[in-house]
Design a protein around this ligand. Structure first.
Ligand SMILES: [Zn+2]
Length: 477
């Protein structure tokens, strides 16, 4: 009935200049009705098995092995609350057991096993509640199209091979929505944002608990698969156990803070910047007439903010070297910024290729020039009259070509992802990569008093390290 009515309106208006816009709305309406009676959904639960193929987080950049992750979403639309639980596995024994909870108009995040953010119940406030809610609903064709229809104004409608294509401009680029001409079901969304092209696919629609839902969905970035989801369960209007929205017992509420970054002197000429983007710590060393920096995290903007602190702390001393612990994108995404300052990259030989790939990602050759590298196998020493820095490559299962920085005079180690403890010092048994790191330190007989972690707790004593190594997994019942 509704469709017919809209069709008539569409027909009348088709004589006006708005003909195409109206056609777009018709397609969206038809597509929405093809998905079933989602409007009556008060609550639903949805689970998928996710195959994560992100090569920037794998062990070997040139041979990524997919990880199996779990994704569960409980949504109480009527009472405006949700719980999103993900279990993400990363090489070397990492498991991120993350709960994202929305209730009372506020968004919270906590770690189910405590290995990452300890027993913190992070209150992210009310402004992020709607953002997260919309991001979660945007996994579903129905909510994507409902939103598109509400915003619909001057999109163009194209037709190609058996598909309708609705195309629109956004503030960051363009978006194309492809629909099957026969079924009107949404097949894919292509988003072009700057240098990046993201494609979200929706396949194998099936009537599941009365509603049409894509059993397979996936995301591609610049032609490479990032993840694919396979539906494991869906049910709606069966009620969601209200207990799932309870706060976890034994957790402490904390609010997110964006403290002003500053460099803290750990010992003569050795500086630490804590809380970079919340949970990261960066080390830099003054060698007298030049500086050595560790890591180039997250993005150009994050790395730039680190460089600014270095330059205000030690004016007129150039950053001549940057050591990259491993190729994972959260550790090297800002590398172009450091290279632009003329720094040479120090890393294990086997990670040169991904670093070059990252440099080419979104940067022109003119911006980064020919980046210079010092690559090494096993060990590299950088020394002048004042200081000695040693870089050790570690056999490990987290990332090929991983190395750490050792300062023998200071008996200090700086490392990324070999040992990560929560900032609240909650301890859980060491994972595989941390045990490999411990074995390596014993084998090399490197004397140290403190280890600095890139993530979470900045300064880790030898005693704490020994404690996590000897901790036993709790017996599960
Ligand atoms: Zn990593």
């Amino acid at each position: 009935m509704k469709i017919k009515f809209l069709f008539i309106i569409g027909f009348c208006l088709s004589f006006s200049i708005n003909a195409l816009a109206q056609d777009t709305k018709q397609i969206l309406q038809k597509s929405l009705s093809a998905l079933g009676d989602w409007e009556t959904a008060d609550n639903f639960e949805y689970s998928t098995q996710r195959t994560n193929s992100d090569r920037w987080q794998g062990y070997d950049f040139s041979n990524p092995i997919p990880e199996k992750d779990e994704f569960h979403l409980a949504f109480d639309l009527k009472n405006n609350r949700f719980l999103h639980h993900t279990r993400n596995h990363y090489p070397g024994g990492y498991l991120f057991d993350t709960y994202r909870l929305g209730r009372d108009g506020t968004y919270y995040v906590y770690d189910g096993i405590g290995s990452r953010t300890g027993k913190d119940l992070l209150n992210l406030g009310s402004s992020s509640f709607n953002n997260r809610k919309n991001a979660l609903l945007n996994n579903f064709s129905y909510f994507i199209l409902k939103q598109l229809l509400a915003e619909s104004k001057d999109e163009s409608l194209l037709t190609a091979d058996n598909t309708w294509i609705i195309s629109r401009k956004t503030s960051s680029g363009t978006e194309e929505y492809c629909f099957d001409k026969n079924t009107y079901l949404l097949k894919k969304i292509t988003k072009s944002q700057g240098q990046d092209t993201l494609i979200q696919h929706f396949d194998d629609y099936l009537k599941t608990d009365g509603l049409m839902i894509a059993k397979k969905s996936s995301l591609e970035r610049n032609g490479a698969l990032v993840y694919s989801d396979s539906l494991s369960s869906f049910r709606h209007n069966k009620g969601v156990d209200p207990k799932v929205f309870d706060f976890p017992p034994g957790y402490k509420t904390v609010t997110e803070q964006t403290p002003k970054l500053f460099a803290k002197m750990l010992t003569k000429d050795v500086y630490l910047i804590e809380n970079v983007d919340g949970d990261r710590n960066i080390l830099f060393v003054n060698m007298g007439n030049y500086i050595v920096l560790t890591e180039a995290p997250l993005s150009s903007a994050t790395t730039r903010s680190i460089l600014e602190i270095i330059h205000t702390t030690l004016p007129n001393i150039p950053v001549r070297y940057v050591h990259l612990s491993h190729f994972h994108n959260d550790h090297i995404s800002g590398i172009a910024e450091v290279v632009k300052e003329g720094a040479t990259i120090i890393c294990a030989e086997s990670m040169k290729q991904p670093v070059i790939a990252m440099l080419h990602n979104g940067n022109t050759a003119a911006q980064t020039g020919d980046a210079s590298f010092i690559v090494f196998n096993n060990k590299k020493v950088l020394q002048n009259g004042q200081k000695k820095l040693e870089f050790y490559e570690v056999p490990n299962s987290h990332a090929k070509g991983m190395s750490f920085l050792y300062l023998p005079q200071e008996k200090l180690i700086y490392q990324g992802d070999l040992l990560s403890l929560p900032a609240d010092s909650y301890l859980t048994p060491a994972i595989a990569v941390t045990r490999e790191f411990s074995d390596f330190l014993h084998q090399k007989k490197l004397p140290f008093t403190k280890i600095i972690g890139h993530h979470g707790l900045p300064l880790i004593s030898k005693k704490t390290f020994d404690e996590v190594i000897t901790m036993k997994e709790p017996v599960s019942h």
